[in-house]
Design a protein around this ligand. Structure first.
Ligand SMILES: Cc1cc2nc3c(=O)[nH]c(=O)nc-3n(C[C@H](O)[C@H](O)[C@H](O)COP(=O)(O)O)c2cc1C
Length: 199
């Protein structure tokens, strides 16, 4: 009997048009730094608007951060099929429009198709949803994605680690997100407990 080569580790990263483009870009930078994971990148047109506005970056800066870049319109791409093995998908940040599309299984572009495939193959889908305040449609859509097995992960900063900079806040969130995929040793330090909290 022949031996089968282990499937390469692959993650799909999509950046959509909610504020917080830095989360998607930092995810790509972190994956590059860690190595060993083939990243597949998708950026919506509204995602590009925010990358340019918030980070003053262009395609020449962001595309080289990924191993494979797909057009959002290319619904015939490898990642549109469940037969293409991946470890899952992260949408960072995830707009309410993309959330709604995923919640309703629309598959109306390659981002929402890849998310649909990730859910149908029972792989990990993590949505860094960003809006405030939420209306009932947003809340219902988050519930629907959770019921389908997706993880709703709003990028809310933590303060218990006493971050001194925005970069530290972003890194903390990105580490927690990547730890959900168990790609290697944990990136975010385990909370050791507060001493003397009940004294
Ligand atoms: C500067 C800017 C900030 C935005 N911030 C948000 C946001 O935080 N959350 C959200 O759901 N939509 C936000 N939007 C609106 C989305 O970009 C818009 O709904 C878009 O159609 C989303 O498309 P996409 O999901 O294909 O990227 C923002 C738009 C702009 C231009």
């Amino acid at each position: 009997m022949g031996t089968r080569a282990a499937a390469p580790r692959r993650l799909i990263v999509a950046i959509t048009g909610a504020t917080g483009a830095i989360y998607g870009v930092r995810l790509l930078q972190t994956l590059r730094k860690l190595g060993g994971v083939e990243s597949h990148l998708l950026i919506s047109s509204a995602g590009w608007l925010n990358i340019q506005h918030e980070l003053t970056l262009g395609k020449q800066d962001v595309h080289p951060l990924a191993d494979v870049v797909h057009s959002v319109r290319d619904v015939g791409a490898s990642i549109a099929s469940g037969s293409f093995a991946t470890d899952g998908m992260i949408v960072a940040p995830c707009s309410m429009k993309t959330l709604a599309s995923v919640a309703h299984g629309l598959s109306d572009n390659l981002i929402t198709r890849a998310a649909d495939v990730t859910l149908k193959e029972r792989r990990r889908l993590v949505l860094l949803v960003r809006e405030t305040p939420f209306n009932l449609a947003h809340l219902r859509n988050m519930t629907a994605v959770t019921e389908m097995g997706g993880v709703i992960f709003p990028p809310l900063p933590a303060f218990y680690n006493q971050p001194a900079t925005i970069d530290e806040m972003v890194d903390h969130t990105v580490s927690r997100v990547l730890d959900l995929f168990a790609l290697g040793p944990a990136l975010s330090p385990a909370w050791a407990g507060l001493r003397g909290a009940d004294e």
